[in-house]
Design a protein around this ligand. Structure first.
Ligand code: FAD
Length: 371
């Protein structure tokens, strides 16, 4: 039976990003990546968007750069933000990261792990550390009957003919059923996505039943997707570690999932190098950030038009002029970074944000397994 220092299950952005970062941080470790399908298989039409920093840092091969974002509601554009957004091909990006790593790759399906042995559909391997990057398959959480993430972006993505809109911008609409719509124009087609932020119990995540109502979209050419966005602790148990969507990805903003996964893959590579506790380091670095994002979601109950804008449009129509006036607030919201609101907003809502963050922090402390 062959031995590897690190075995990675899953060849999405988490698995490939970790292989890349391990080659950079600890090139002496032997690494095996197991993928049951193709590298970057969970691509749903292939494209992902993200911000410049990540594209630059990882030299991701992008297919298109949009000049900015047009934000609207009720079919009207109400704000325009010039901030470059990069679109890249998910499969190519994953392959690119893996190519520059030194990991061995096997096309096998991981079926069981125990006593430092991973069993796949065709082989058995010894490992020192196993990293579960199996995304919403939740390989280790399912087999250990552990809690899965509570919050998800659930959506449909469809590819249709191109309407008459500019190719230069990415479109972001606030829908009237508490949902978001995105349009990614390409030269001959558009990708249209409709997303809703929900708790796991609101729908059965493993079937398409009870999906929220989608109007005017043909289901024939549509993919149904879910992105976990709340951490499901434990992230690590002894030498088994979850990374990426398999632990909840923990980012409830659009366009920054890939970024946060690559960041945490770098943190994990460093923890493996220095033999430090990944869960502890992850909490130190990301927990407050995640809680502040969660606070912005939960604050709808507090009737704060700014922080609740993602979920409570059209009740909170005041929000769009604020975005127009302060485009950077919108970008920060997308990145999930809402630490320094402009003075005008901070004066209007001085305590709310802090209070919610604190509240969530205590809720987390009382119930650490499911934020
Ligand atoms: C439609 C859609 C659009 C999105 N848009 C964006 C966006 O624009 N920007 C952004 O930043 N984020 C976006 N996200 C979120 C982001 O894409 C995901 O958070 C991210 O891709 C998750 O990466 P991952 O590596 O954890 O999981 P995945 O990419 O799902 O990879 C998991 C891999 O594990 C493999 N696997 C599973 N079980 C096993 C097993 N037992 N044995 C072997 N292999 C196994 C699977 O085949 C798969 O390849 C989007 C997500 C979706 C679904």
């Amino acid at each position: 039976m062959k031995y590897y220092d690190v075995i990675i299950v899953g060849g999405g952005i988490a698995g490939c990003g970790l292989a890349y970062n391990l080659a950079k941080e600890c090139p002496d470790k032997s690494v095996l990546l197991i993928e049951k399908d193709e590298i970057g298989a969970n691509a749903a039409y292939g494209y992902r968007n993200t911000f410049k920093e990540i594209v630059k840092e990882y030299n991701l091969p992008y297919v298109k750069m949009y000049k900015g974002i047009k934000i609207g509601a009720e079919n009207k554009i109400l704000a325009e933000i010039n901030c470059p957004m990069y679109f890249f091909d998910y499969r190519k990006a994953c392959k690119h990261l893996l190519d520059v790593s030194s990991a061995y790759v096997k096309k096998e399906c991981a079926v069981h792990q125990g006593s430092h042995i991973l069993t796949t559909d065709t082989s058995k391997y010894y490992f020192d550390k196993l990293v579960d990057c199996s995304g919403i398959n939740f390989f280790t959480k399912n087999s250990a009957n552990q809690k899965r993430p509570k919050y998800y972006w659930k959506g449909i993505v469809t590819k249709t003919k191109k309407p008459k809109i500019s190719n230069d911008y990415y479109y972001f609409y606030f829908g009237d059923q508490g949902h978001l719509e995105e349009i990614y124009p390409f030269s001959n087609h558009i990708l249209y996505g409709r997303w809703k932020y929900v708790r796991q119990k609101e729908v059965n995540i493993l079937t398409n039943e009870n999906y929220y109502v989608v109007q005017d979209v043909s289901f024939d050419d549509t993919k149904i997707c879910q992105i976990p966005c709340s951490p499901a602790f434990p992230i690590c148990e002894k030498d088994i570690i979850c990374l990426g969507d398999s632990f909840g990805n923990a980012n409830c903003s659009s366009a920054s999932g890939i970024g946060s996964i690559l960041d945490s893959s770098n943190l994990l590579a460093n923890c493996i190098k220095t033999n430090s506790n990944f869960e502890k380091m992850w909490k130190k670095k990301y927990l407050n950030f995640y809680l502040s994002q969660l606070a912005s979601r939960k604050s709808r109950y507090m009737r704060n038009p700014l922080l609740s804008s993602f979920v409570d449009y059209p009740k909170n129509r005041d929000i769009l002029p604020i975005f127009n006036k302060y485009p950077e607030v919108f970008i920060d919201l997308l990145k999930g970074n809402f630490k320094k609101p402009p003075m005008e907003i901070a004066r209007k809502y001085p305590m709310l944000f802090k209070f919610n963050t604190l509240l969530n922090y205590f809720l987390f402390k009382m119930n650490p397994s499911g934020v």
